[in-house]
Design a binder for this molecule. Structure first.
Ligand code: APR
Length: 231
């Protein structure tokens, strides 16, 4: 088991040009999430949902990893106590920044899923409601994204890692969406130290033992280099 568990959110990809959700101008200030990020919305209007994720897929594929993604990959490579990297993000910037075995608890924009037989495959750049599943042929393809009301992926593995960790670090997440928002409480209850790295500390004082405020591309590399110097 790793001694460090890192949870990232949209803030770690913000400086790569990918929008966050709840900041000023964030995605959920411009779209009705019930229309584009729920199974009911997809059933009502698959074209709208595919268009929404086609735009996000294009943005993600055209974006580049930033210094925070690279620093976290370096931490996972160099920190001998082991690092488990969990992300709420659906982009692949952690992987393109060099990270391996990233746990995508909300799915991946680069993957497609058949709503009938649950086969998964690499998503094409543009998905369409008329696409058929390569395995069962059903016209029921969807982005392999966890929508509101659906169970996030890899929860058992994530909770086990947090319960065994000595340090839990939340980076660039507003801590507003469960179950990810509750991970800090599991870590604290298991005796881990907790650290938040965020542009602005989340409003709940005392939720984390320590808070580092600043943009991820500066705060994360600084924190990683300091940690690697200490070990
Ligand atoms: N550096 C560090 N943190 C930043 C930066 C930055 N450059 N820019 C923004 N942030 C922080 C904001 O202060 C905020 O706390 O990133 C956080 C973004 O919060 P949200 O927009 O709520 O994104 P996130 O926490 O990832 O949302 C969680 O909600 O809608 C669902 O599935 C979606 O995975 C998403 C989940």
């Amino acid at each position: 088991m790793s001694r460090i568990v890192v949870l990232t959110g949209a803030g770690v990809s913000a400086e790569s040009g990918l929008g966050t959700f709840r900041d000023k101008g964030g995605l959920w200030t411009r779209y009705d999430l019930s229309e584009v990020a729920t199974p009911e919305g997809f059933a009502r209007n698959p074209r709208l949902v595919h268009d929404f994720y086609n735009a996000r897929r294009a943005n993600a594929l055209d974006a580049s990893p930033n210094a925070a993604h690279v620093a976290l990959a370096r931490l996972a490579d160099r920190y001998t106590g082991g690092v488990t990297l969990v992300t709420q993000n659906i982009d692949d910037l952690h992987e393109r920044g060099g990270a391996r075995d990233v746990i995508h608890m909300h799915g991946e924009i680069t993957r497609a899923l058949c709503a009938v037989c649950e086969t998964r495959w690499d998503a094409p750049r543009v998905m369409d409601p008329a696409d058929t599943c390569p395995a069962c042929g059903a016209r029921a393809t969807r982005p392999d994204i966890v929508w509101f009301g659906e169970m996030p992926y890899h929860m058992e593995r994530i909770v086990a890692a947090i319960e065994a960790a000595e340090l839990f670090v939340a980076i660039g997440t507003s801590g507003e969406v469960y179950p990810a928002a509750g991970f800090v409480d599991i870590a604290a209850a298991s005796g881990a130290e907790t650290l938040e790295i965020n542009l602005e500390p989340t409003p709940v004082p005392g939720r984390f033992d320590r808070v580092i405020a600043g943009p991820a591309t500066q705060a994360v590399p600084d924190w990683v280099e300091t940690l690697l110097r200490e070990v």
